[in-house]
Design a protein around this ligand. Structure first.
Ligand code: SR1
Ligand code: MG
Length: 423
């Protein structure tokens, strides 16, 4: 199969015949295609994902489909998202080595990426639903975010290179459009594909849609997302885009990559930890989850702290881009000036991060793409109680983000709301 053949979706039945001559794949898993075992395991919203096991190893083959898998061919989606995913992965590997799967092959025409099979890794979201406490995730993800977000910006890159890259990723229009609608607008009106736990949440949904301050804030955040092309984002950094073992953490699926605000990836990620926190009450069949709740809040504290300190370290040691040049500060003996600028930048990231986190929580409960954290709670009343608390929390941090000054303050609020009896 070459990049010149017309696009054709792979299947479990056709994969060996179509990729049997692929040297990169054969070199990792063995040439004897008769002994290849192929499984389709894609459980995301968009793509096909195959695990192919051969005589000498295994690999993942990920292929984009020309439509949104979750919805069907009534929602076409261009194959070029695979091109952006491939290019994002190569940049993330260079900027945060070891944090993403190794890439073996990319075929642009067939929109497929052949990559490392991560085993025994599982999706982080699943681990958190099961109540597993992973010791390294905060450190690993905090470092990943700081390194990729700093090194993909004008703080680090030669501005000519960054502008060329900005132009390249600017074409990822359709995936940005998904985020722009699904995250920032759809939750706040009666959008066609929205759904929520009904009738339990009907009153709260009506209140949120009538909440002027919230809608203004959500649109301000959409404006920042669309207009602040600060760095190359992962673009969809939630707990379903992260694979883990007790000792390893890898980020996957950056097909939503584009140039946007640093705070977006951080906010989306922390929102998913806070949603995991609010969902725990729905997963207490085999025992109380108090320790898991405490763990999840600790993870938010440590993730933010690692992100902050690594970003600060890179600011002091790798600030080679056109922004806040050393010639204006350190080279004139004004180290304090550089620190003042760093503080100001981190303050902005903090404030915007809270906003992005708030709307991410809302869209996962009110929009099209829900989270398994809540969806796997079978009892609808219990699920709605967890969701209602998360919605209240999301509204508070989105609207009051300029008045919230520490992650401990956020987590105190989360704890108080989680313990409320009435919503
Ligand atoms: C139609 S795509 C819905 C969601 O799935 C992806 O994982 C992104 O989060 C997107 O918003
Ligand atoms: Mg994904």
């Amino acid at each position: 199969m070459t990049g010149k053949s017309p696009f054709e979706a792979l299947s479990v039945e056709t994969l060996a015949a179509r990729l049997g001559a692929n040297e990169a794949l054969c070199s990792h898993i063995g040439k004897d295609t008769a002994r290849w075992k192929v499984r389709e395991v894609g459980d995301g919203n968009l793509n096909l994902v195959f695990i192919v096991e051969g005589t000498t190893g295994a690999a993942v083959v990920k292929q984009a489909l020309p439509y949104v898998r979750l919805v069907g061919d009534s929602w076409p989606l261009p194959l070029k998202r695979s091109f952006f995913e491939y290019h994002a992965l190569t940049r993330q590997q260079a900027r945060a080595p070891g944090s993403v799967p190794a890439i073996y092959h990319f075929d642009e025409g067939q929109a497929l990426i052949i990559m490392e099979y991560l085993s025994p890794h599982i999706i982080l979201r699943r681990a958190l639903i099961e109540g597993r406490q992973l010791p390294n995730i905060a450190r690993d993800i905090g470092l990943f975010m700081a390194r990729t977000l700093f090194r993909g910006s004008d703080l680090s890159m030669a501005t000519k290179d960054r502008k060329a890259d900005l132009a390249l990723f600017a074409d990822n229009v359709e995936l940005c459009d998904i985020t722009e609608n699904l995250v920032f607008s759809d939750p706040y009106f009666d959008a066609k594909l929205n759904r929520h736990t009904s009738p339990q949440l009907d009153r709260i949904v009506a209140e949120l849609r009538a909440d002027r301050d919230l809608k203004v804030e959500a649109q301000r955040l959409k404006h920042i997302f669309a207009a602040n092309a600060e760095t190359l984002l992962h673009g969809d950094l939630h707990s379903g885009s992260i694979m883990v073992t007790d000792s390893e953490t890898r980020m996957i699926d950056p097909e939503f990559a584009f140039y946007g605000p640093i705070a977006f990836d951080v906010g989306m990620l922390l929102a998913n930890f806070w949603m995991a926190f609010f969902s725990q009450r729905g997963h207490e069949q085999s025992g109380k989850r108090d320790a898991m709740r405490a763990y999840l809040l600790d993870v938010t504290v440590e993730t933010w702290s690692v992100f902050r300190s690594e970003f600060s370290h890179l600011w002091r040691t790798e600030r080679t881009g056109m922004l806040y040049q050393k010639s204006l500060f350190e080279d004139q003996g004004d180290r304090l000036g550089a620190e003042q600028a760093l503080d100001q930048m981190l303050q902005q990231v903090w404030t915007d991060m809270l906003g992005f986190a708030g709307v991410e929580v809302h869209r996962r409960i009110l929009g099209l793409a829900h989270n398994a954290d809540f969806e796997t709670i079978a009892d609808a009343d219990l699920r709605a109680t967890c969701e209602a608390k998360a919605l209240k929390f999301g509204r508070h941090i989105a609207v009051n983000r300029r008045q919230i000054h520490s992650i401990d303050e956020v987590n105190t609020l989360a704890t108080l709301i989680e313990r409320e009896n009435r919503i």
